[in-house]
Write a protein that binds this ligand. Structure first.
Ligand SMILES: [Zn+2]
Length: 219
């Protein structure tokens, strides 16, 4: 009799833990995933410039919104920078190269499940707008991630852009083995993108599309 009670009790515990695990997966589909966000530029390196606006500031603000959104789904998120600085080593003669090297080192040593580099595009033609994903072929899974992201950008914002292969001259991306892509999440040269990206509601909306794409990628 006693043994039956023990067995029933164990069965109950199993049932509860399965249900609890299911709840975690349903509510926090990125639970257990470790994501590293890489806001481009910073400090002396402003990135693209439009009048007195710098890409580096947009990158940081957007990354912070995206971090918040990813954490809502249970992901653990770190950033390569959390303030206005670049990652170059002090007194280096080759600031940009050193910045890239330290970003690569950080991303690779983090053992993250995925990284996202966040930049803005810039063109002489100010009519171009919207988000685009770029992948290197170093990790074979990058292409799929870029494709899912682009399909969702296109669907949600109703445009028809291509995701693109990064050519191998881009030093940083050809040296990262971790799964990930570069997202150019808007054009600093476009009025509407600049206006939207100054707005937290829009940033979270765009973050939501990215988070859903990452959930899709992992499932
Ligand atoms: Zn950039």
């Amino acid at each position: 009799m006693k043994k039956r009670y023990v067995l029933f009790f164990l069965f109950l515990i199993c049932l509860i833990s399965v249900a609890a695990k299911k709840t975690v997966i349903n509510n926090f589909p990125l639970f257990g995933k470790f994501i590293i966000l890489d806001p481009g530029h910073g400090g002396l390196d402003p990135g693209s410039v439009y009048k007195n606006e710098y890409e580096k500031d947009y990158n940081l603000n957007f990354s912070l919104s995206l971090k918040k959104n990813l954490e809502k789904y249970g992901a653990t998120v770190i950033m390569t920078r959390e303030g206005d600085y670049d990652l170059s080593s002090p007194n280096t003669a080759y600031r940009k190269r050193s910045d890239f090297d330290n970003r690569i080192k950080l991303i690779e040593s983090s053992k993250a499940d995925l990284y996202l580099s966040l930049h803005m595009n810039s063109l002489n033609n100010s009519t171009y707008f919207g988000s685009q994903s770029f992948y290197s072929n170093v990790n074979k899974n990058n292409k799929l991630l870029a494709e899912i992201l682009q399909n969702n950008f296109n669907k949600f914002f109703n445009y028809d852009k291509d995701y693109k292969l990064i050519d191998n001259s881009k030093y940083m991306y050809k040296n990262i083995n971790t799964v990930g892509v570069l997202i150019e999440y808007g054009f600093i040269t476009n009025y509407k993108d600049r206006k939207n990206l100054k707005n937290e509601t829009y940033r979270l909306e765009l973050s939501e599309v990215i988070s859903q794409s990452i959930i899709e990628y992992f499932t």
